[in-house]
Ligand binder design. Structure first.
Ligand code: HEM
Ligand SMILES: [Ca+2]
Length: 305
């Protein structure tokens, strides 16, 4: 079981050290924020929050990060963890005492605060996982085409409620998506209609402008067209306007079972923030390893000990 202030006697200033690194990196590049937040999510949903996603492939093992669903994880998230680990390990008392999984959890908390989201006390005491395979990612991450039942059941498999899932989806208030992730909604929705009818038609035309057919697959656009650099409840206001980028975003408003929650959080930023902190805390507990046989503290976050 993980808890707040876990490192109080082991490495008392660990949270300050991590925050310093994250702040500096965020000052250099904004992508630090969405990249780190998404990395944490993809870590926790595969083998639990154990930094398995950070491990690099070797000659004999294709790691999680090289699974197709992880190839679009931005490098700045990995870099944030590697740099924070180096800063922590530069303090003799802390050297090899703080797990990569905990560093990622702290850095995630910090990027949320830096972009205007709520700050919260983060639970710590995770160990780093002992394996990382691309095969273990199969079927574990949500797809942008998912409907409400698919989303709800995947999050439920990790003990997260539908409300938690809706709150966490607001992470799409920050960051970028490649055009291919939603092109079906603007060009080939169904044999009868090219454009998804739940999509705001003005927004659909803008998306077609930014993502023409046969666009360079490298092109990425803001997921929140209104406040792309602020972690806020505008995500839910956008859904009310038909401006959710993925099917999995817009369905939260289209489906009558989740719409009341979207409406409530579009109205109340405080209500959303409270729910988000609850959900992030639950996400951070998913599949955690805390006893020696389950994991260890990696000396290099990208390499299994
Ligand atoms: C609910 C189901 C979810 C689906 C289907 C989904 C899917 C996606 C997809 C397809 C992208 C675009 C990737 C790209 O083209 O580069 C993306 C980006 C992102 N996702 Fe999610 N996601 C979900 C939930 C979450 C959650 C729970 C979080 C975090 C708590 C999250 C955080 C992010 C962030 C921050 C980005 C932007 C990354 C960047 O700019 O580098 N997502 N997501
Ligand atoms: Ca993991």
């Amino acid at each position: 079981q993980i808890r707040q202030n876990y490192y109080a006697n082991i490495c008392p200033n660990v949270e300050g050290i991590v925050r310093g690194v994250v702040q500096k990196k965020f000052g250099e590049t904004f992508v630090t924020a969405p990249a780190t937040l998404r990395l944490f999510f993809h870590d926790c949903f595969v083998e639990g929050c154990d930094a398995s996603v950070i491990v690099a492939s070797t000659g004999s093992n294709t790691a999680e990060k090289d699974h197709p669903d992880n190839l679009s994880l931005a490098g700045d998230g990995f870099d944030t963890v590697i740099k924070a680990k180096a800063a922590v390990d530069a303090v003799p008392q802390c050297r090899n005492k703080v797990s990569c999984a905990d560093i990622l959890a702290m850095a995630t908390r910090d990027v949320i605060a830096l972009t205007g989201g709520p700050s919260y006390a983060v639970e710590l005491g995770r160990l780093d996982g002992l394996r990382s395979t691309a095969a273990s990612v199969n079927g574990k991450l949500p797809q942008p085409t998912f409907n409400l039942n698919q989303l709800t059941s995947m999050f439920a498999s990790h003990g997260l409620s539908r409300a938690d899932m809706i709150a966490l989806s607001a992470a799409h208030s920050l960051g970028f998506s490649h055009c291919g992730k939603f092109s079906n909604r603007i060009y080939s929705f169904s044999p009868q209609r090219t454009v998804d009818p739940t999509l705001n038609q003005t927004y659909a035309a803008q998306l077609q402008g930014m993502c023409p057919r046969n666009v360079d697959p490298q092109i990425a656009i803001n997921m929140d067209p209104v406040t792309p650099r602020t972690f806020d409840n505008v995500y839910f206001k956008n859904l009310q306007q038909g401006m959710g980028l993925f099917t999995s975003d817009q369905v939260l408003y289209s489906d009558p079972r989740s719409r009341p929650t979207v409406d409530a959080w579009a109205r109340s930023s405080r209500g959303f923030q409270r729910a988000f902190v609850t959900a992030m805390t639950k996400l951070g507990r998913v599949g955690v390893k805390t006893t020696g046989s389950q994991g260890n503290i990696r000396t290099d976050c990208g390499v299994l000990n």
